[in-house]
Design a protein around this ligand. Sequence first.
Ligand code: F6P
Length: 487
Amino acid sequence: QTQLRGDQVIVVSNREPYIHDRTADGIAVKRPASGLVTAVEPVMRACSGTWIAHGSGSADRDVVDAHDRVGLPPGHEEYALRRVWLTTEEEQGYYYGFANEGMWPLCHVAHVRPVFRESDWQHYRAVNQRFADAVVAEARSEDPIVLVQDYHFALLPAMVRAKLPRATILTFWHIPWPNPESFGICPWRREILEGMLGSTILGFHTRFHCKNFIETVDRFLEARIEHEHSVIAAGGEETLIESYPISIEWPQESERSGWKPVEACRRAVFARLGLARDSYLAVGVDRFDYTKGILERFHAVERLLEKRPEWVGRFSLVQVAAPTRSALEEYHSFQERIQRVTQRINARFGRPGYQPIHLLATHHDHDAVNELFRAADACLVTSLHDGMNLVCKEFVAARDDERGVLILSRFAGAAREMREALVVNPYHVEETADALHRALTMPGSEQRERMASLRMTVQEFNVYRWAGRMLADAGRLRLRERIQARV
Ligand code: F6P
């Protein structure tokens, strides 16, 4: 990062790091449930600059701007926040429509049909232009470093490039990239690919997603592809396609010293959920999203209790499901279905004083989630498809006692790094049920070995390494450009 000293960094993401809501007691500020925010915030604190995001809470815009004392994030004044305010129609078409009914299922291949409406696409394009204009307005030089986050902004890199040809544009795609056949159904596939190729660097979590992207470009665009260097040249500009596995900020000693001991966390959580002291607890923490495999996870719990009745009355799952995108019918009906399945399983195996599944469908802050992680015997991450997934990394970071077992979907990008987890195919309910039994009966010594190794991996490959590698590549390319400009 030393090569970048003095350079201006601008981040663009849809989700803002602090949401301001109007409540009876005034304005409440909360952190959204977002892997992107978890990862990008510490990086922004480290390299300052400006974060441009969509203002999304229920508080009025002048209240939010005033509350942040002209764009300073509460408590973190190392960087500036600039919000882009969208109309209801823009939010509907760009965010709910094209981004979350089109791109999200398109890239996750999650058996939910993507919906492509012409009007959503028009909003998506217009909002990308509004954010691109905000970037240009913020730029203090002709070559700022712009960090573009995620599938909400596929068109923005080329839009910024048109106005700031010398900008270094780093786009990170936080979700998977599908194979060319799957992506090819998008009516605006060419525009999306051309928009993304306005980037200097295009990052994905895994090599597999990079390969899918390169193959997609090869299929649908006229472009020169240098496979050896992972570079695509379309329309004269070169884009480096590289994998940068995202991660978390490893908790500092100052934070850890404030944590309650594991035993105290366990006592508090068990008392709150009414669990018997000698029972076992697994935890799941997700946005309430159909890609997270929550249904399959509940079926695995049901199967465990069915085939191993000795766990009935002695094992429970606590599932935090943070409300998300509930205005969309697909999310709404999924969330209702999960409520029904929970009731059915609890009616089938529950008894007075015992409930196998505790579904907490509300937002939980970082401390509350950390307490659950520290209280649990196992953590279940069973995404049907996930770019990376940071919940599993946060679970591991919370377990400084080196206990607890991670059960992890092979379809989450994290499974490539976190080999000491019990890796499962979430579609195979039997396999997940067996993994749960194995986790609950795993000797302490094996738990410790696996957890120690997982913790070393996450501590070393933390979010600063993710950002550091990307920024170092950017620095290298900027230097090369300067040298070539002299020749
Ligand atoms: O990482 C994927 C992602 O969609 C982020 O872009 C987003 O911030 C997060 O999940 C949560 O989703 P949303 O912002 O739609 O609530």
